[in-house]
Design a protein around this ligand. Structure first.
Ligand SMILES: O=C(O)CCC(=O)C(=O)O
Ligand SMILES: [Fe+2]
Length: 299
């Protein structure tokens, strides 16, 4: 029998979560978000779900609806994006080599009844199949259960420990996988190196997850956050969230605008007075404290 993903309680420490994630490539944290928050997110996104049709390819799923731009479209999703347990875990799991990290994508995934299982894959193949070293994570995804995730409904399939397998195994048998079964409000974390895929939905209800990914600040984002969230909305967001969306340099020389301006200064049409990357960059931990819109004096 394939091993099930380890489930930790919402009281687990970031270092405990990061340890399981490093060893197994995935981990579930049960009941991290209140079911009421997930209901609120659903009500904010329901019109977008209703206006969306299934995907055009087998990989995207013909009975699967995908809705992006979640930071702009759902104010309540923002608290999932900046969840302290998640960011503190990413500080260890992605921040260990001193890089900043950023939001990579935001996507509601609604797997409809009758959808077959998705091809088992690694999300890091999105980086043009670059051969990252085994054990190196370029990207970590969260999948928040907006409905319960049961085997029948199409819980995400994972292969625990496959983060250390060789790359480009493109025809893995679903028998090798186990379902990331979890209740509404729980979250599955998995690295870009984990072999996984959406489950077959053999039930008569929809399986809905909120997939929020994070990647190293020197990689291109899968979903372009600058275009997905219009500047008028971006200007109303907390500084910490904006920095996570990529409104800070990803490394010493990546991401400035015109006359070596910080992206945040560009957003508010301000000159940059501080261009020292090391003074300007913020770790995820400190982003949590930046809950107000950006002001130059807060640098
Ligand atoms: O919906 C899921 O459970 C997983 C989807 C997925 O892995 C993907 O689309 O890359
Ligand atoms: Fe995936």
């Amino acid at each position: 029998m394939p091993k099930n993903a380890t489930t930790l309680s919402r009281d687990a420490t970031a270092s405990d979560i990061a340890r399981v994630l490093r060893e197994d490539g995935c981990v579930i944290i049960s009941n991290l978000a209140a079911p009421e928050l997930m209901d609120q997110i659903f009500s904010e996104l329901e019109p977008h779900i209703a206006a969306t049709r299934g995907g055009d390819t087998d990989f995207l799923g013909h009975a699967t609806r995908r809705i992006g731009a979640l930071i702009a479209r759902s104010p309540s999703v923002r608290s999932l994006v900046t969840d302290p347990t998640i960011l503190n875990t990413l500080d260890i799991a992605l921040g260990d080599h001193g890089s900043t990290f950023q939001v990579d994508l935001t996507q509601l995934i609604d797997i409809g009844p009758g959808e077959p299982g998705q091809m088992i894959h690694r999300d890091q193949w999105a980086f043009d199949h670059y051969p990252f070293q085994a054990g190196f994570e370029a990207e970590i995804a969260t999948m928040w259960a907006l409905t319960d995730f049961t085997e029948e409904m199409g819980a995400t399939r994972v292969i625990v420990g496959s983060n250390l397998w060789e790359d480009n195994l493109s025809e893995l048998d679903s028998e090798l996988t186990s379902g990331a079964v979890m209740s509404k409000g729980s979250v599955l974390l998995y690295g870009g190196s984990l072999y996984h895929g959406g489950g077959a939905n053999r039930s008569n209800v929809h399986r809905i997850g909120i997939n929020i990914g994070y990647s190293l600040g020197w990689l291109r984002q899968e979903e372009n956050q600058y275009l997905a969230c219009p500047p008028e909305i971006a200007r109303t967001l907390p500084e910490g969230l904006l920095r996570l969306m990529g409104y800070q340099r990803g490394t010493v020389a990546l991401g400035y605008v015109d006359d070596v301006r910080e992206p945040l200064d560009w957003l508010y049409d301000l000159p940059s007075v501080q261009t020292d990357y090391y003074a300007y960059r913020r770790s995820a931990r400190s982003l949590l404290k930046r809950t107000e819109p950006y002001s130059p004096s807060s640098k």
